[in-house]
Ligand binder design. Structure first.
Ligand code: BGC
Length: 362
């Protein structure tokens, strides 16, 4: 990973040196002809806090530092808006289009249109299957899932033959499949050996939290409230699960996993309602995407140390894959130290005492 970051970093440094005499970005409107214009489409703001609170600000900072123009928009979960925004961006003359697809079908259409107009594309965080983007920038998502599986196993230590429920992400998000491959690689052998019992296992369309809560409510009813641990694919689904557990007086006794190290996820860890989360350094992801975008806008195609195979076309997509970090009550400080979540936000009000107990500092 270090090697990879270095090579991308060097390429970007060279690119930045070349473009540093061009006008700085205004962060808003179209390019002035010389300054590259980068378009970014985020997926929504409901399935995870990360998109608006982390990805947007880190991408903005990276583009500002590179002195390029940019236009970052959010499709708010609408496939139609996703496509309309893409068309508008192509019309406005973006040099590079960075997208987080809502599903591979609509994502691939957008990439195809971009390609037809000679616009380079980057799959950001989610791979567009059958899309053929120039690059894919993400985390090692099976590793994310493995951390979740291992985290749950640890949280269930001492529980005899626990019944585990799995609440997976969206079936149309390639990442959700990778996360599941990761945690099932840890849990399946335990189910097979009889150490753990496999309980209900369901996908949540579009990562919708409300649907996730409804599905989990049903899981709890169907098992006679016998669920001992929940593999929830991200912090927002975890929160939906915790809300249901709370109504049943079970929060804090049934461990729940998560992902994204959201403010709410970390606060749920502080209260003991959530057992772990996975922190992904979005700043590094945003920086890598911005560096590649600037290079592409300048007609370069830097090498990456990784590639992933598109499951539809079987073509290799050059990739940046970053390392995730498992976070429990023991190491929340790492997330604060990284500037991802502010101590003042995390430890506000009633959480102050819990932060003290956990030994957290600014
Ligand atoms: C991302 C997660 C996020 C989820 C829901 C996934 O593709 O990798 O970080 O929680 O989508 O938005």
């Amino acid at each position: 990973m270090t090697q990879l970051r270095t090579s991308i970093g060097l390429a970007a440094a060279a690119v930045l040196a070349l473009t540093s005499t061009a006008c700085g970005g205004d962060g808003e409107s179209g390019g002035d002809g010389d300054t590259p214009l980068i378009g970014v489409i985020l997926p929504d703001s409901a399935s995870s806090d990360r998109w608006e609170t982390a990805d947007r600000r880190y991408l903005e900072a990276a583009f500002d530092a590179a002195g390029v123009d940019y236009d970052i928009q959010n499709a708010q979960g609408s496939r139609e808006d996703f496509q309309t925004i893409a068309e508008q961006m192509l019309t406005s003359g973006v040099n590079v289009l960075i997208t987080v697809n809502l599903d591979s079908g609509t994502g691939a259409t957008v990439i195809e249109n971009a390609k037809a107009q000679g616009v380079a594309t980057i799959d950001y965080d989610r791979l567009t299957e059958g899309g053929g983007a120039d690059y894919y920038v993400s985390f090692d998502n099976e590793a994310v899932g493995r951390l979740q599986g291992e985290g749950l196993v640890q949280c269930l230590e001492g529980v005899e033959n626990p019944l585990v429920a799995e609440l997976n992400g969206s079936p149309t998000d390639n990442n959700a499949t990778l996360f599941k491959n990761g945690y099932d690689s840890v849990l399946d052998p335990l189910y097979e050996s009889g150490e753990f019992t496999k309980g209900p296992d369901e996908w949540v369309p579009d990562w919708d939290n409300a649907t996730g809560g409804t599905i989990f409510d049903q899981m709890l009813t169907d098992t006679g409230a016998e669920i001992d641990g929940v593999l929830a694919a991200n912090d927002d689904l975890a929160h939906a699960v915790i809300t249901v557990l709370e109504r049943n007086g079970l929060n804090g006794t049934v461990p729940v996993t998560g992902q994204d190290a959201t403010l709410q996820g970390l606060q749920n860890i502080l209260t003991g309602d959530q057992c772990m989360t996975v922190y992904k350094a979005i700043e590094e992801e945003a920086n890598a995407a911005a560096e590649l975008a600037v290079a592409l806008a300048n007609g370069e195609k830097p090498e990456t140390d990784f590639s992933v195979t598109d499951p539809v076309t079987e073509d290799e997509v050059p990739a940046v894959l970053l390392d995730p970090l498992s976070v429990t009550a023991e190491n929340i400080q790492a997330v604060i130290d990284d500037g991802y979540v502010a101590y003042a936000d995390l430890c506000a009000g009633d959480y102050a005492a819990l932060c003290d107990e956990a030994g957290l500092t600014e």
